[in-house]
Write a protein that binds this ligand. Structure first.
Ligand code: AP5
Ligand code: MG
Ligand code: ZN
Length: 207
C-alpha cells in the first residue's frame, strides 16, 4: 500500500477534508503547509511574517515553506502531504527530499471552488472544517466536535479567494502538468460528496 501520498488541488478542492480522512484510514501523518503557516503566522523571517502573504492570497516565500516541509517529512513515517508543492521550484525541491508513492489531483470547477471557500467555516479551537450549506454543524456557529466557535478564515473573503485562485492557475497548474507529463498523476473528479470523493481516492490508491 502507498505510504507517501501527495494530494494536489486548487484552493477549496477538498485537500484538507480528504487528507484528514486518508491520514486516519492509513495511519499516516497529515503534513499541511497551510495549517503549519497559520499556526506560525507572526513568525519573523527575513521575508517578513507569513501573515502578510497569506492575507493577500499570495504564496509565502519558498525558503520558509521548504524548511517546514523538510522537517515535517523527516519526522513522518508515511504521510499525506497537502498544500505543497505550489510552484515548480517547490516541486523540484520535494523531488530531492523524498519519494512519493501516489500523486492525486482533485479536480473541481472554479465556480464550485468559490462557493466552497466563501461558505467554509473553521473551528477556532480544534480546526475542524464546516460549510454553511454543504457541511453545516448541528448548531449554527458551534463546532460539533468540541463546542468551539466557528469562524471564517481571513483569506476566505470573495476578493482574496479570487486572488488565491489566480495564484493557483499561474503557479500550481504547471506543477500538476509536470506530474501529468511524468505519467504519475491520478486524476479524481472532486465534485461529489466528501465520502464519495474519499471512496474514489482509496479505490485509486489500492488498485
Ligand atoms: P492552504 O491552507 O493550503 O489553502 P488552499 O490551498 O488555498 O486550500 P484550502 O485549505 O482553502 O482548501 P482545501 O483544498 O483544503 O479545501 P477544504 O477541504 O478545506 O494555504 C493558505 C495560504 O498559505 C496560501 O494562500 C499561501 O499564502 C500559504 N501557503 C500554503 N502552502 C504554501 C506553499 N506551499 N507555498 C507558499 N505558500 C503557501 O474544503 C473547502 C470547503 O469545501 C470546506 O468548507 C468543506 O467543508 C467544503 N467541502 C470539502 N469537500 C467538499 C465536497 N466534496 N462537497 C462539498 N463541499 C465540500
Ligand atoms: Mg486546506
Ligand atoms: Zn472544534
Amino acid at each position: 500500500m502507498s505510504r507517501n501520498i501527495l494530494l494536489l488541488g486548487a484552493p477549496g478542492a477538498g485537500k484538507g477534508t480528504q487528507s484528514k480522512k486518508l491520514a486516519e484510514e492509513y495511519d499516516l501523518e497529515h503534513v499541511t503547509t497551510g495549517d503549519a503557516l497559520r499556526a506560525n503566522k507572526d513568525m519573523e523571517t527575513e521575508y517578513g511574517t507569513p501573515r502578510s502573504f497569506m492575507e493577500a492570497g499570495e504564496l509565502v516565500p519558498d525558503p520558509v515553506v521548504n524548511e517546514i516541509v523538510k522537517v515535517a517529512l523527516e519526522e513522518a513515517d508515511g504521510y499525506v502531504l497537502d498544500g505543497y508543492p505550489r510552484n515548480l521550484d517547490q516541486a523540484e525541491y520535494l523531488d530531492e527530499i523524498t519519494d512519493l508513492d501516489a500523486v492525486i489531483y482533485l479536480d473541481v470547477s472554479e465556480e464550485e471552488l468559490v462557493d466552497r471557500l466563501t461558505g467554509r467555516r473553521v473551528c477556532d479551537e480544534c480546526g475542524a472544517n464546516y460549510h454553511v450549506e454543504f457541511q453545516p454543524p448541528e448548531e449554527a456557529g458551534v463546532c460539533d466536535e468540541c463546542g468551539g466557535e466557528l469562524i471564517q478564515r481571513e483569506d476566505d473573503t470573495e476578493e482574496t479567494v479570487r486572488e488565491r485562485l489566480q495564484v493557483f492557475y499561474d503557479n500550481t497548474e504547471p506543477v500538476i502538468e509536470h506530474f501529468r507529463e511524468q505519467g504519475d498523476l491520478i486524476e479524481i473528479d472532486g465534485e461529489a460528496t466528501p465520502d464519495e470523493v474519499f471512496d474514489r481516492i482509496t479505490d485509486a490508491i489500492e488498485n
